[in-house]
Design a protein. Sequence first.
Length: 261
Amino acid sequence: MSLWARFKRWIRSIFGGAISALEDPRLILEQNIRELNDQIPKMNENIATVKANVLLLQKEVRRNEQEIERLVARIKAAIQAGRDDIAQQYAIQLQKAKETLARTKEQLQYAEAAYEKALQVKQAFLREKERKIQEAKEALRAHERAKWQAKVADALEQFEVGGLDQTHEEMVQRLREETARSEARLELALDSVDADALKIEADAEALRAAELVRQFKLEMGLLEPEQKPALESPAREAEQEASEQSRETEETKTIGRQRTR
């Protein structure tokens, strides 16, 4: 191996790794996509040039064909006029025109084939461009997903499950204790209420309400006056009995409080 070849290999070994480290695959793929899209106008321009050559050759063929028709007509006219010398001159021009037409047609054939080939190349390039762009986009999307997954992995690695569980259990236990204390207070409050006294008071209230309704009925003439003593006596007796029971209950509660003190 020559000294120059060894030197170039040494240069590549030094700067090649540095360049690879600096390359960002995402940015390079995005640049490749832009370059692929930029090639379309250039390709269209080249195809337009090939198409223009085809059109020019087609016009040249038509001119040559018209020239041949004109020369044939002149040759026939010269022969009819008895001017073979002039007919011979036109015959030479006709021969050259036919040769020119043959060459032009051959060139046109090659130009048309080149144009068709250019269109095929363009279609193939467009398909390949689309495939490369889709491939690059998918790679970019996969790269973004990988970055997000890496962030999730970092978050999970830094996640302290033990500390969270400990705090969770502590808060749940505190809520349970507060709930138990509230339930105990409610039970104590219910125990301190005399249910019998409340029932007696409710019955007395019902009797008073019945008496009021009966008074309204008497005023409205729905009850006979003679029925009043018969209805009043039980109601009053029940009311008095309820009042006495209420007083006895109150006295019992007062005695109980004094004993507690």
